[in-house]
Design a protein around this ligand. Structure first.
Ligand SMILES: [Zn+2]
Length: 820
């Protein structure tokens, strides 16, 4: 059905092209005839030649018109396919009696999808067969051809971009990498770049760069500044790390970007212009949005599904303007370059053939630590072989160049932790310089080659695009999920090390709340002292340092091997310890700040770190421990409970604390109003409530950015409403003994009825058998059936590749898990 409709559209399309081509050809011939009759007689040969030239020009124009038409038809086909799909879905909706009311956000996305030109990734997924055929030397691609005269007018302009990818923690901890590798790379950089002004390097991770900066003397710092000013060293992206773009919250992504940018502004006075993200496992438009907002003009990405890369290479859309899905203007557009091949190492960056490209990674020269798995080693460049070597490399450059709309070519030169030893700088830079010199001495090769930074490349690209009046397509969407080969989908890391993913969010929330309360405290201190002094005894400087460290520890954890959960065990313990230590420190800042703000007589403030005036509701005892609730001992003397609302909105929240009495009352300290309360059980085990601790809950109304004080006291026996428990359980009823709570069990047909819960917004029903959600009704009356299943996936046997921290590689279809 679908296929025949597609065929009809396609045939219609081809017919249109044919008719229009004929029409254009007639038109053109008539035009040239009338022109000829109007001309005075002259040299017949010249005239014929001119006529021929005109015809050729006309045919060329026709050809390009036809190409445009085919492109238009392809888009129409895509759109009709999308609308057919939509129609099919709508009919399913109406068959199920749905109202089909689109939520405002969905409606906007729909309008944007249909109404604007450019590439919508969701459509591309519909189009691709994901069939993974063998593409030859470029395994996941295709054979690239060229005539050789493509660069006669506009020479190939090559920028070879030396880089070193330094993970701030992975197999080793951040400090161990720094000690063993990174500091040597940066030390050597100062020497080796200074030796020759044509040499360049880009650097991305400011966490490492700032650590190294603290270790070097003024003379070296001055040399670094000179290299930056001369454009030999470019700080790209400028983030604290190269963040994971799937697990990171946008707040933390922004936090690490700000931390890096502020460091660069303060110490080097530079603002990054181009983004470099070669290793995150998939790419998010949120990152593009943040980079654009941070003043960057260009960005580069690498780990994108191989089928998407191939398709984009065929369409010459590897360079595009990345636009936000919700944006109808060009405000959020940022120029993005997607690397076409498998990896960011040298074998996969000079061109499509890794066996050839590997021969131009001179760090793999025989006798050195690394080698070429394709078994053809590199050769040092000599006067004797330079001609042959240069042509071999040029062929790769030319093939790669055919995948892009401009003849400016970006080729990275580097890998993980490269350029550690001084010798590596020499072999890479000297051998490539010989090749470049050869290229530049042979203008007939039509290539201008040099070392460049990322912004050197983008600058030349924009210049070339504007002189050739070439535009880049617009693109909407994201690059998840990532697969690097076969069915190796990198979705395992979405859930790896969930405990630390949670700790990340915990620090994030604590950090933001503390930043706000600390700022309010300092502002209030300055206001209360006429001379703007801070309160004596308040360790503002130390707290500021703790806040900075907290931000940097959170920033470090956004690294693509940190929050992703793909690091080694001892490395995650290192990260965990940093996160945990920062949470502890920030709690102290919160406690002291709240203490000072709440005091009516500020002169009463006394700082004693060992005896904090306030305690936290939740305590964590170690980096790998679950948080424990503090039990509040109650008496008839009121105890103060302070709630902080760090948001700028009025919040109505249910506050729950653990107390040691089944009867308690809560009073708003400011108004004297008694709050409605409830006592619930604290479950020591699934069927055993604790006999000495209870959960006290009340609804608090918290003004924006407020500290609200409540007084909690013990109340007379039986005065506090208690939660009542009804156990839904088929088969053996649970035996629950409790002196404080009423527990009942449903019997017979009642036990078989779906369990229903409701409030003024929603009513839900869940299965009496499994407890899982089955149906919900919204306030509008809309009813939706819901199916929730848990599936259990095994991992593959007999294969080298297994599910793990990175990959989700199930053995077969998941088996349904039925709750006991
Ligand atoms: Zn990495």
């Amino acid at each position: 059905m679908k296929r025949s409709r597609m065929l009809a559209v396609l045939v219609g399309g081809i017919f249109c092209v044919a008719v229009m081509s004929l029409y254009r050809m007639l038109d053109l011939m008539q035009g040239s005839e009338s022109k000829r009759y109007g001309e005075p007689p002259g040299g017949q040969v010249d005239e014929d030649l001119a006529h021929l030239q005109q015809k050729i020009d006309g045919l060329e124009r026709l050809l390009s018109d036809n190409n445009r038409l085919v492109a238009m038809l392809r888009d129409t086909l895509l759109q009709s396919k999308a609308s057919a799909w939509k129609r099919a879905n709508n009919s399913i909706d109406s068959a199920l009696g749905r109202r089909g009311e689109a939520l405002p956000g969905c409606r906007l996305a729909k309008e944007m999808k249909d109404g604007v030109d450019g590439v919508q990734l969701l459509d591309v997924y519909d189009l691709l067969p994901f069939d993974n055929p063998d593409g030859g030397p470029w395994k996941q691609g295709f054979e690239i051809t060229y005539k050789g005269d493509e660069w006669s007018e506009q020479p190939l302009e090559l920028f070879l971009i030396p880089h070193s990818h330094n993970d701030p923690g992975w197999i080793k901890t951040f400090d161990a990498y720094y000690h063993d590798q990174t500091r040597h790379i940066l030390d050597n950089m100062v020497v080796k770049l200074s030796e020759d002004s044509r040499r360049k390097l880009i650097w991305a991770e400011i966490s490492y760069f700032s650590k190294w900066w603290n270790d070097i003397d003024d003379q070296k710092r001055a040399a670094v500044k000179r290299l930056v000013e001369a454009g030999q060293l470019e700080l790209v992206t400028g983030g604290w790390v190269m963040p994971d773009e799937a697990n990171s919250h946008y707040f933390a992504m922004l936090d690490q970007l700000m931390e890096g940018h502020q460091w660069l502004q303060k110490h080097l006075g530079v603002k990054p212009r181009s983004g470099w993200a070669i290793d995150p496992f998939g790419h998010s438009p949120s990152m593009a949005y943040l980079l654009k907002g941070a003043g960057l003009h260009n960005m580069l990405i690498q780990r994108v599904h191989y089928s998407i890369k191939k398709h984009f290479a065929q369409q010459q859309t590897l360079e595009f303007l990345w636009r936000q899905s919700w944006d109808s203007s060009s405000r959020s557009d940022i120029t993005c370059h997607m690397m076409p091949f498998y990896s960011y190492d040298v074998p996969h960056t000079c061109g499509p053939n890794p066996a050839v490209c590997c021969q131009f990674d001179f760090q793999r020269l025989p006798g050195r630590r690394t080698f070429c798995p394709w078994k053809i080693p590199p050769k040092p460049i000599t006067d004797q072989n330079v001609h042959e070597r240069a042509l071999l490399l040029l062929d790769q450059y030319r093939q790669k160049s055919r995948l892009f709309r401009s003849s400016v070519l970006l080729v990275p030169l580097g890998d993980d932790f490269r350029y550690v030893e001084s010798r590596e700088w020499d072999v890479q830079f000297n051998n490539y310089q010989k090749l470049f010199d050869y290229f530049n001495q042979h203008p007939e090769l039509h290539i201008k080659a040099r070392f460049g930074t990322l912004s050197d490349y983008f600058q030349a690209l924009h210049r070339r695009l504007s002189t050739t009046r070439t535009t880049l397509p617009k693109l909407r969407g994201d690059f998840f999920s990532y697969a690097d080969r076969d069915d190796h989908y990198w979705t395992g890391y979405f859930t790896s090390r969930p405990f630390y993913k949670r700790l990340d969010r915990k620090l994030e929330a604590t950090l933001r709340a503390t930043e706000i309360l600390f700022s309010l405290t300092l502002a209030e201190m300055r206001r209360s002292h006429s001379d703007g002094r801070l309160a004596e005894n308040f360790p503002a400087r130390e707290y500021f340092q703790w806040l900075t460290t907290g931000r940097r520890n959170l920033a470090l954890f956004q690294h693509h091997d940190a929050v992703a959960g793909t690091e080694r065990e001892h490395v995650v313990v290192d990260y965990g310890t940093r996160l945990f230590q920062s949470i502890l420190n920030l709690h102290q800042v919160l406690q002291s700040s709240a203490h000072w703000l709440l005091l009516l007589d500020k002169s009463q403030y006394h700082h004693d770190q060992s005896k904090p005036f306030l305690q936290m509701d939740e305590v964590i005892s170690a980096q790998d421990a679950l948080p424990q609730k503090t039990t509040l001992s109650l008496s008839y003397e009121p105890r103060s409970l302070i709630i902080f609302n760090p948001t700028e909105q009025l919040r109505t929240s249910v506050i729950s604390v653990v107390v040691d009495s089944p009867d308690a009352q809560v009073i708003d300290a400011e108004t004297g109003r008694q709050m409605s309360t409830q006592i619930s059980a604290v479950w020591a085990e699934p069927s055993r409530p604790s006999t000495d601790t209870f959960q006290l809950s009340f609804v608090a109304e918290l003004p924006p950015l407020s500290l609200v004080v409540y007084h909690v006291t013990k109340a007379s026996s039986g005065s506090t409403p208690r939660a009542r428990y009804t156990v839904h359980r088929r088969g053996n009823p649970l035996d629950i003994h409790t002196e404080h709570f009423q527990v009942s069990s449903l019997q017979g047909s009642e036990a078989d009825a779906p369990l229903s819960l409701s409030n003024k917004h929603v009513q839900i029903w869940s299965s009496p058998e499994t407890g899982l959600l089955e149906k919900l009704r919204l306030q509008s009356g809309l009813v939706r059936k819901i199916q929730v299943q848990f599936l259990w996936y095994g991992t593959r046997t007999g294969s080298r590749d297994k599910s793990g921290a990175y990959l989700f590689l199930p053995a077969d279809e998941g088996a349904q898990v039925r709750p006991a």
